[in-house]
Ligand binder design. Sequence first.
Ligand code: GDP
Length: 420
Amino acid sequence: MSDKPHQNLAVIGHVDHGKSTMVGRLLFETGSVPEHVIEQHREEAEEKGKGGFEFAYVMDNLAEERERGVTIDIAHQEFDTDEYYFTIVDCPGHRDFVKNMITGASQADNAVLVVAADDGVAPQTREHVFLARTLGIDELIVAVNKMDVVDYSEDTYKQVVSDVTDLLKQVQFDTDDASFIPTSAFEGDNVSEHSENTPWYDGETLLESLNSLPEPQPPTDAPLRLPIQDVYTISGIGTVPVGRIETGTMNTGDNVSFQPSDVGGEVKTIEMHHEEVPSAEPGDNVGFNVRGIGKDDIRRGDVCGPADDPPSVAETFTAQVVVMQHPSVITAGYTPVFHAHTAQVACTIESIDKKMDPSSGEVAEENPDFIQSGDAAVVTVRPQKPLSIEPSSEIPELGSFAVRDMGQTIAAGKVLDVNE
Ligand code: GDP
Protein backbone atom coordinates (compact mmCIF):
# COMPACT_ATOMS: atom_id res chain seq x y z
CA MET A 1 0.00 0.00 0.00
CA SER A 2 1.03 3.55 -0.49
CA ASP A 3 0.72 6.58 1.75
CA LYS A 4 -0.54 8.71 -1.13
CA PRO A 5 -4.21 9.71 -0.91
CA HIS A 6 -6.47 7.00 -2.23
CA GLN A 7 -8.91 7.41 -5.13
CA ASN A 8 -11.52 4.85 -6.15
CA LEU A 9 -11.90 5.23 -9.88
CA ALA A 10 -14.73 3.87 -12.02
CA VAL A 11 -14.15 3.39 -15.74
CA ILE A 12 -17.47 3.69 -17.50
CA GLY A 13 -18.76 3.82 -21.06
CA HIS A 14 -20.47 1.87 -23.82
CA VAL A 15 -19.39 -1.70 -24.51
CA ASP A 16 -16.42 -1.92 -26.92
CA HIS A 17 -15.52 1.74 -26.59
CA GLY A 18 -12.21 0.70 -24.99
CA LYS A 19 -12.63 0.59 -21.19
CA SER A 20 -10.56 -2.57 -20.66
CA THR A 21 -7.94 -1.46 -23.12
CA MET A 22 -7.66 1.89 -21.34
CA VAL A 23 -7.27 0.22 -17.96
CA GLY A 24 -4.61 -2.07 -19.46
CA ARG A 25 -2.84 0.95 -20.89
CA LEU A 26 -2.93 2.80 -17.54
CA LEU A 27 -1.56 -0.22 -15.69
CA PHE A 28 1.13 -0.69 -18.30
CA GLU A 29 2.27 2.92 -18.47
CA THR A 30 2.36 3.33 -14.70
CA GLY A 31 4.37 0.11 -14.33
CA SER A 32 1.58 -1.55 -12.37
CA VAL A 33 0.93 -4.69 -14.36
CA PRO A 34 0.50 -7.45 -11.79
CA GLU A 35 3.63 -9.55 -11.42
CA HIS A 36 1.85 -12.82 -12.21
CA VAL A 37 0.75 -11.42 -15.55
CA ILE A 38 4.27 -10.40 -16.49
CA GLU A 39 5.61 -13.78 -15.33
CA GLN A 40 3.05 -15.80 -17.18
CA HIS A 41 3.68 -13.96 -20.40
CA ARG A 42 7.41 -13.96 -20.01
CA GLU A 43 7.26 -17.75 -19.86
CA GLU A 44 4.94 -17.95 -22.83
CA ALA A 45 7.05 -15.54 -24.83
CA GLU A 46 10.20 -17.52 -24.05
CA GLU A 47 8.54 -20.78 -25.05
CA LYS A 48 7.50 -19.30 -28.33
CA GLY A 49 10.86 -17.63 -28.73
CA LYS A 50 9.44 -14.14 -29.02
CA GLY A 51 10.50 -11.03 -27.28
CA GLY A 52 7.93 -8.85 -25.71
CA PHE A 53 5.73 -5.95 -26.45
CA GLU A 54 4.55 -5.82 -22.87
CA PHE A 55 1.31 -3.96 -23.45
CA ALA A 56 0.13 -7.01 -25.37
CA TYR A 57 0.66 -9.04 -22.17
CA VAL A 58 -1.82 -6.94 -20.32
CA MET A 59 -4.37 -7.08 -23.07
CA ASP A 60 -4.03 -10.83 -23.52
CA ASN A 61 -4.59 -11.30 -19.84
CA LEU A 62 -7.65 -9.11 -19.81
CA ALA A 63 -8.96 -10.90 -22.91
CA GLU A 64 -8.40 -14.31 -21.31
CA GLU A 65 -10.26 -13.32 -18.21
CA ARG A 66 -13.08 -12.13 -20.37
CA GLU A 67 -13.18 -15.43 -22.23
CA ARG A 68 -13.51 -17.20 -18.91
CA GLY A 69 -16.64 -15.12 -18.47
CA VAL A 70 -15.09 -12.84 -15.91
CA THR A 71 -16.57 -9.54 -16.93
CA ILE A 72 -15.18 -8.12 -13.71
CA ASP A 73 -11.82 -8.27 -15.50
CA ILE A 74 -10.79 -4.66 -15.06
CA ALA A 75 -11.96 -4.34 -11.49
CA HIS A 76 -9.72 -4.21 -8.46
CA GLN A 77 -6.64 -3.31 -10.46
CA GLU A 78 -4.41 -0.77 -8.84
CA PHE A 79 -1.91 1.80 -10.04
CA ASP A 80 -0.38 4.94 -8.69
CA THR A 81 0.45 8.32 -10.15
CA ASP A 82 2.54 11.14 -8.66
CA GLU A 83 -0.39 12.31 -6.55
CA TYR A 84 -2.69 9.39 -5.89
CA TYR A 85 -3.04 5.70 -5.35
CA PHE A 86 -5.87 4.51 -7.62
CA THR A 87 -8.07 1.46 -7.29
CA ILE A 88 -10.24 0.67 -10.29
CA VAL A 89 -13.64 -0.25 -8.94
CA ASP A 90 -16.12 -2.54 -10.60
CA CYS A 91 -17.27 -1.41 -13.99
CA PRO A 92 -20.95 -1.05 -14.80
CA GLY A 93 -20.84 -4.08 -17.11
CA HIS A 94 -20.50 -6.20 -14.05
CA ARG A 95 -23.83 -7.18 -12.57
CA ASP A 96 -22.92 -6.23 -9.01
CA PHE A 97 -21.46 -2.83 -9.84
CA VAL A 98 -24.44 -0.80 -8.73
CA LYS A 99 -25.01 -2.84 -5.61
CA ASN A 100 -21.33 -2.62 -4.67
CA MET A 101 -21.25 1.10 -5.23
CA ILE A 102 -24.31 1.65 -3.10
CA THR A 103 -23.49 -0.67 -0.27
CA GLY A 104 -20.14 1.05 -0.07
CA ALA A 105 -18.05 -1.98 -1.02
CA SER A 106 -16.55 -0.02 -3.85
CA GLN A 107 -17.89 3.50 -3.79
CA ALA A 108 -16.19 5.36 -6.64
CA ASP A 109 -14.97 8.90 -6.03
CA ASN A 110 -14.45 9.87 -9.66
CA ALA A 111 -14.80 8.30 -13.06
CA VAL A 112 -13.22 8.08 -16.49
CA LEU A 113 -15.87 8.00 -19.20
CA VAL A 114 -14.60 6.32 -22.35
CA VAL A 115 -16.37 7.33 -25.57
CA ALA A 116 -15.15 5.93 -28.90
CA ALA A 117 -14.58 8.74 -31.40
CA ASP A 118 -15.90 6.65 -34.29
CA ASP A 119 -19.16 5.81 -32.50
CA GLY A 120 -19.83 8.83 -30.28
CA VAL A 121 -22.47 8.93 -27.55
CA ALA A 122 -24.11 5.46 -27.46
CA PRO A 123 -26.91 3.99 -25.27
CA GLN A 124 -24.65 2.82 -22.43
CA THR A 125 -22.80 6.13 -22.51
CA ARG A 126 -26.09 7.74 -21.50
CA GLU A 127 -26.99 5.04 -19.02
CA HIS A 128 -23.62 5.14 -17.26
CA VAL A 129 -23.51 8.93 -17.10
CA PHE A 130 -26.97 8.90 -15.59
CA LEU A 131 -25.95 6.25 -13.06
CA ALA A 132 -22.73 8.07 -12.19
CA ARG A 133 -24.80 11.17 -11.50
CA THR A 134 -27.35 9.26 -9.42
CA LEU A 135 -24.64 7.48 -7.45
CA GLY A 136 -22.78 10.61 -6.53
CA ILE A 137 -19.64 10.58 -8.70
CA ASP A 138 -18.01 13.99 -8.37
CA GLU A 139 -15.90 14.46 -11.45
CA LEU A 140 -15.68 12.94 -14.87
CA ILE A 141 -12.67 12.73 -17.11
CA VAL A 142 -13.85 12.03 -20.65
CA ALA A 143 -11.47 10.05 -22.86
CA VAL A 144 -12.53 10.49 -26.48
CA ASN A 145 -10.96 7.20 -27.47
CA LYS A 146 -10.00 5.38 -30.67
CA MET A 147 -8.71 8.63 -32.15
CA ASP A 148 -6.44 6.49 -34.35
CA VAL A 149 -9.55 5.05 -36.01
CA VAL A 150 -10.73 8.51 -37.09
CA ASP A 151 -7.27 9.59 -38.31
CA TYR A 152 -6.86 11.89 -35.30
CA SER A 153 -9.46 14.23 -36.78
CA GLU A 154 -9.91 17.38 -34.73
CA ASP A 155 -13.40 17.90 -36.20
CA THR A 156 -14.55 14.46 -35.08
CA TYR A 157 -13.07 15.08 -31.63
CA LYS A 158 -14.89 18.41 -31.33
CA GLN A 159 -18.17 16.84 -32.38
CA VAL A 160 -17.89 14.12 -29.72
CA VAL A 161 -16.90 16.69 -27.07
CA SER A 162 -19.94 18.76 -27.96
CA ASP A 163 -22.30 15.74 -27.84
CA VAL A 164 -20.92 14.53 -24.51
CA THR A 165 -21.12 18.06 -23.08
CA ASP A 166 -24.82 18.18 -24.01
CA LEU A 167 -25.36 14.84 -22.30
CA LEU A 168 -23.57 15.96 -19.13
CA LYS A 169 -25.62 19.15 -19.02
CA GLN A 170 -28.82 17.15 -19.35
CA VAL A 171 -28.04 15.23 -16.18
CA GLN A 172 -26.76 18.38 -14.46
CA PHE A 173 -23.09 17.49 -14.26
CA ASP A 174 -20.96 20.53 -13.82
CA THR A 175 -19.33 20.56 -17.25
CA ASP A 176 -16.74 23.12 -16.11
CA ASP A 177 -15.29 20.35 -13.97
CA ALA A 178 -15.17 17.76 -16.76
CA SER A 179 -12.01 17.38 -18.80
CA PHE A 180 -11.86 15.99 -22.33
CA ILE A 181 -8.87 14.21 -23.80
CA PRO A 182 -8.39 12.77 -27.29
CA THR A 183 -6.87 9.31 -26.71
CA SER A 184 -6.04 6.04 -28.29
CA ALA A 185 -5.89 3.40 -25.58
CA PHE A 186 -4.57 1.02 -28.18
CA GLU A 187 -1.74 3.21 -29.50
CA GLY A 188 -1.15 5.05 -26.23
CA ASP A 189 -1.84 8.59 -27.49
CA ASN A 190 -2.22 11.22 -24.73
CA VAL A 191 -2.38 8.62 -21.97
CA SER A 192 0.90 9.36 -20.24
CA GLU A 193 2.62 11.36 -22.98
CA HIS A 194 1.45 14.12 -25.26
CA SER A 195 0.90 12.63 -28.68
CA GLU A 196 2.42 13.99 -31.87
CA ASN A 197 -0.64 12.67 -33.66
CA THR A 198 -2.82 15.39 -32.10
CA PRO A 199 -0.80 18.60 -32.62
CA TRP A 200 -4.08 20.57 -32.36
CA TYR A 201 -4.52 19.45 -28.73
CA ASP A 202 -2.47 21.10 -25.99
CA GLY A 203 -4.48 20.03 -22.94
CA GLU A 204 -3.65 17.47 -20.29
CA THR A 205 -2.83 13.81 -20.82
CA LEU A 206 -5.06 11.28 -19.09
CA LEU A 207 -2.49 10.76 -16.33
CA GLU A 208 -2.18 14.51 -15.81
CA SER A 209 -5.96 14.76 -15.48
CA LEU A 210 -5.99 11.90 -12.99
CA ASN A 211 -3.27 13.67 -11.02
CA SER A 212 -5.24 16.91 -10.89
CA LEU A 213 -8.47 15.37 -9.58
CA PRO A 214 -9.49 16.92 -6.27
CA GLU A 215 -8.63 14.84 -3.24
CA PRO A 216 -11.68 12.98 -1.90
CA GLN A 217 -12.76 14.70 1.30
CA PRO A 218 -13.92 12.55 4.16
CA PRO A 219 -17.37 13.77 5.23
CA THR A 220 -16.51 14.59 8.86
CA ASP A 221 -18.88 17.58 9.09
CA ALA A 222 -22.04 15.52 8.73
CA PRO A 223 -23.53 13.83 11.80
CA LEU A 224 -22.29 10.37 12.71
CA ARG A 225 -23.76 7.61 10.54
CA LEU A 226 -22.43 4.13 11.11
CA PRO A 227 -24.39 1.33 9.42
CA ILE A 228 -24.05 -1.88 11.43
CA GLN A 229 -22.46 -4.75 9.54
CA ASP A 230 -22.52 -7.41 12.29
CA VAL A 231 -23.06 -7.74 16.02
CA TYR A 232 -20.67 -9.87 18.09
CA THR A 233 -20.47 -10.91 21.72
CA ILE A 234 -16.90 -10.72 22.98
CA SER A 235 -16.05 -12.06 26.41
CA GLY A 236 -14.73 -9.44 28.78
CA ILE A 237 -16.27 -6.64 26.67
CA GLY A 238 -19.85 -7.65 25.92
CA THR A 239 -21.84 -6.72 22.82
CA VAL A 240 -19.71 -5.34 19.98
CA PRO A 241 -21.45 -3.96 16.89
CA VAL A 242 -19.07 -3.48 13.98
CA GLY A 243 -19.27 -1.40 10.84
CA ARG A 244 -17.70 1.35 8.79
CA ILE A 245 -18.23 4.99 9.67
CA GLU A 246 -19.82 6.65 6.63
CA THR A 247 -20.02 10.18 7.97
CA GLY A 248 -19.14 12.09 11.12
CA THR A 249 -16.97 11.00 13.99
CA MET A 250 -17.47 8.71 16.99
CA ASN A 251 -15.83 9.42 20.35
CA THR A 252 -15.86 7.47 23.58
CA GLY A 253 -18.35 9.08 25.93
CA ASP A 254 -20.73 10.03 23.05
CA ASN A 255 -24.39 9.26 23.49
CA VAL A 256 -25.56 7.27 20.49
CA SER A 257 -28.80 5.87 19.13
CA PHE A 258 -29.39 2.80 16.91
CA GLN A 259 -32.23 3.10 14.37
CA PRO A 260 -34.62 1.56 13.54
CA SER A 261 -34.06 -0.68 16.63
CA ASP A 262 -34.54 2.50 18.66
CA VAL A 263 -32.12 1.81 21.52
CA GLY A 264 -29.09 3.75 22.66
CA GLY A 265 -26.52 4.55 25.29
CA GLU A 266 -23.02 5.83 25.94
CA VAL A 267 -20.04 4.65 23.88
CA LYS A 268 -17.65 2.96 26.32
CA THR A 269 -14.87 1.75 24.01
CA ILE A 270 -13.98 1.95 20.33
CA GLU A 271 -11.62 -0.52 18.74
CA MET A 272 -9.90 -0.31 15.38
CA HIS A 273 -7.34 -2.79 14.01
CA HIS A 274 -7.40 -4.56 17.40
CA GLU A 275 -6.43 -1.43 19.27
CA GLU A 276 -8.50 0.82 21.45
CA VAL A 277 -8.88 4.33 20.08
CA PRO A 278 -10.54 7.40 21.61
CA SER A 279 -12.28 8.40 18.37
CA ALA A 280 -12.87 7.24 14.80
CA GLU A 281 -13.57 8.94 11.46
CA PRO A 282 -15.29 8.32 8.09
CA GLY A 283 -13.82 5.28 6.39
CA ASP A 284 -12.73 3.68 9.67
CA ASN A 285 -13.91 0.14 10.32
CA VAL A 286 -14.66 -0.05 14.00
CA GLY A 287 -16.01 -2.34 16.68
CA PHE A 288 -17.44 -0.56 19.69
CA ASN A 289 -19.29 -1.14 22.88
CA VAL A 290 -22.29 0.77 24.16
CA ARG A 291 -23.33 0.74 27.79
CA GLY A 292 -26.49 -1.27 28.38
CA ILE A 293 -26.88 -2.65 24.83
CA GLY A 294 -27.25 -6.43 24.49
CA LYS A 295 -26.79 -8.62 21.40
CA ASP A 296 -30.52 -8.93 20.77
CA ASP A 297 -31.20 -5.20 21.04
CA ILE A 298 -29.59 -4.31 17.70
CA ARG A 299 -28.99 -5.93 14.31
CA ARG A 300 -27.30 -5.64 10.94
CA GLY A 301 -28.95 -2.84 8.98
CA ASP A 302 -29.31 -0.59 12.00
CA VAL A 303 -27.61 2.78 11.68
CA CYS A 304 -25.83 4.28 14.67
CA GLY A 305 -25.90 8.08 15.04
CA PRO A 306 -25.85 10.75 17.75
CA ALA A 307 -28.69 10.47 20.28
CA ASP A 308 -29.58 14.12 19.63
CA ASP A 309 -29.52 13.76 15.81
CA PRO A 310 -30.54 10.14 15.25
CA PRO A 311 -30.72 8.43 11.84
CA SER A 312 -34.19 8.82 10.34
CA VAL A 313 -36.54 5.88 9.93
CA ALA A 314 -38.77 6.00 6.88
CA GLU A 315 -42.48 5.26 7.03
CA THR A 316 -42.40 6.04 3.31
CA PHE A 317 -39.90 7.84 1.10
CA THR A 318 -39.78 9.33 -2.35
CA ALA A 319 -36.89 8.50 -4.60
CA GLN A 320 -35.51 9.00 -8.05
CA VAL A 321 -34.85 5.64 -9.67
CA VAL A 322 -33.28 4.42 -12.88
CA VAL A 323 -34.52 1.05 -14.15
CA MET A 324 -31.56 -0.80 -15.54
CA GLN A 325 -32.75 -4.28 -16.41
CA HIS A 326 -36.16 -5.62 -15.75
CA PRO A 327 -37.59 -8.39 -17.95
CA SER A 328 -41.08 -6.87 -18.03
CA VAL A 329 -42.64 -3.74 -16.55
CA ILE A 330 -42.74 -2.28 -13.05
CA THR A 331 -46.14 -1.18 -11.78
CA ALA A 332 -47.40 0.17 -8.44
CA GLY A 333 -47.55 -2.60 -5.84
CA TYR A 334 -44.28 -4.22 -6.95
CA THR A 335 -42.27 -5.32 -3.87
CA PRO A 336 -38.60 -6.10 -4.57
CA VAL A 337 -35.74 -6.01 -2.04
CA PHE A 338 -34.03 -2.68 -1.50
CA HIS A 339 -30.34 -2.70 -0.54
CA ALA A 340 -29.29 0.45 1.26
CA HIS A 341 -26.01 0.59 3.25
CA THR A 342 -26.03 -2.69 5.25
CA ALA A 343 -29.83 -3.09 5.23
CA GLN A 344 -31.88 -5.34 2.95
CA VAL A 345 -35.58 -4.72 3.25
CA ALA A 346 -38.53 -5.62 1.04
CA CYS A 347 -40.18 -2.38 -0.04
CA THR A 348 -43.37 -1.76 -1.99
CA ILE A 349 -43.36 0.77 -4.78
CA GLU A 350 -46.62 2.41 -3.75
CA SER A 351 -46.93 4.81 -6.61
CA ILE A 352 -45.05 5.85 -9.71
CA ASP A 353 -45.33 9.60 -9.52
CA LYS A 354 -43.45 10.86 -12.54
CA LYS A 355 -41.55 9.47 -15.47
CA MET A 356 -38.54 11.53 -16.48
CA ASP A 357 -37.06 11.88 -19.92
CA PRO A 358 -33.50 10.68 -19.31
CA SER A 359 -32.13 12.70 -22.20
CA SER A 360 -33.62 16.01 -21.08
CA GLY A 361 -34.17 15.46 -17.34
CA GLU A 362 -37.69 16.90 -17.75
CA VAL A 363 -40.91 15.29 -16.55
CA ALA A 364 -42.17 13.18 -19.45
CA GLU A 365 -45.35 11.84 -17.85
CA GLU A 366 -47.23 12.31 -14.56
CA ASN A 367 -48.46 9.14 -12.82
CA PRO A 368 -47.50 6.67 -15.56
CA ASP A 369 -49.05 3.19 -15.38
CA PHE A 370 -45.69 1.48 -15.54
CA ILE A 371 -41.96 1.97 -16.04
CA GLN A 372 -39.46 -0.33 -17.73
CA SER A 373 -35.77 -0.80 -18.50
CA GLY A 374 -34.10 2.46 -19.45
CA ASP A 375 -36.72 4.62 -17.67
CA ALA A 376 -36.00 7.14 -14.96
CA ALA A 377 -38.82 7.95 -12.54
CA VAL A 378 -39.83 9.44 -9.23
CA VAL A 379 -41.56 6.85 -7.04
CA THR A 380 -43.03 6.62 -3.54
CA VAL A 381 -41.77 3.64 -1.58
CA ARG A 382 -43.08 1.94 1.57
CA PRO A 383 -40.61 -0.31 3.41
CA GLN A 384 -42.29 -3.49 4.69
CA LYS A 385 -40.09 -3.42 7.79
CA PRO A 386 -38.55 -0.38 9.49
CA LEU A 387 -35.69 1.01 7.39
CA SER A 388 -33.25 3.75 8.27
CA ILE A 389 -32.48 5.84 5.20
CA GLU A 390 -31.69 9.54 4.61
CA PRO A 391 -32.43 12.12 1.92
CA SER A 392 -29.47 12.03 -0.44
CA SER A 393 -29.31 15.84 -0.38
CA GLU A 394 -28.55 15.68 3.37
CA ILE A 395 -26.40 12.56 3.72
CA PRO A 396 -25.51 11.21 0.27
CA GLU A 397 -23.69 8.24 1.79
CA LEU A 398 -26.97 6.95 3.25
CA GLY A 399 -29.27 8.24 0.55
CA SER A 400 -28.86 5.73 -2.26
CA PHE A 401 -30.02 2.20 -2.82
CA ALA A 402 -30.02 -0.69 -5.26
CA VAL A 403 -33.19 -2.59 -6.07
CA ARG A 404 -32.70 -6.32 -6.45
CA ASP A 405 -35.02 -9.01 -7.72
CA MET A 406 -34.50 -12.40 -9.36
CA GLY A 407 -30.84 -12.37 -8.36
CA GLN A 408 -29.95 -9.19 -10.17
CA THR A 409 -29.85 -5.45 -9.72
CA ILE A 410 -32.83 -4.14 -11.59
CA ALA A 411 -32.74 -0.49 -10.57
CA ALA A 412 -30.77 2.06 -8.60
CA GLY A 413 -31.82 5.27 -7.01
CA LYS A 414 -31.41 8.06 -4.55
CA VAL A 415 -33.75 9.23 -1.82
CA LEU A 416 -35.38 12.62 -2.34
CA ASP A 417 -37.53 12.86 0.80
CA VAL A 418 -38.19 10.80 3.90
CA ASN A 419 -41.56 10.75 5.67
CA GLU A 420 -40.85 9.52 9.19
P1 GDP B 1 -14.71 -2.30 -23.49
O1 GDP B 1 -15.84 -3.23 -23.84
O2 GDP B 1 -15.19 -0.90 -23.38
O3 GDP B 1 -13.91 -2.74 -22.31
O4 GDP B 1 -13.76 -2.29 -24.79
P2 GDP B 1 -12.38 -3.03 -25.02
O5 GDP B 1 -11.28 -2.41 -24.27
O6 GDP B 1 -12.58 -4.50 -24.87
O7 GDP B 1 -12.13 -2.69 -26.55
C1 GDP B 1 -13.00 -3.15 -27.57
C2 GDP B 1 -12.22 -3.29 -28.88
O8 GDP B 1 -11.75 -2.02 -29.29
C3 GDP B 1 -11.00 -4.18 -28.74
O9 GDP B 1 -10.86 -4.91 -29.93
C4 GDP B 1 -9.86 -3.19 -28.60
O10 GDP B 1 -8.65 -3.68 -29.08
C5 GDP B 1 -10.33 -2.02 -29.43
N1 GDP B 1 -9.81 -0.74 -28.95
C6 GDP B 1 -9.88 -0.22 -27.69
N2 GDP B 1 -9.31 0.99 -27.65
C7 GDP B 1 -8.89 1.27 -28.90
C8 GDP B 1 -8.22 2.38 -29.52
O11 GDP B 1 -7.89 3.39 -28.88
N3 GDP B 1 -7.95 2.27 -30.86
C9 GDP B 1 -8.30 1.17 -31.59
N4 GDP B 1 -8.00 1.17 -32.87
N5 GDP B 1 -8.92 0.12 -31.05
C10 GDP B 1 -9.22 0.16 -29.73
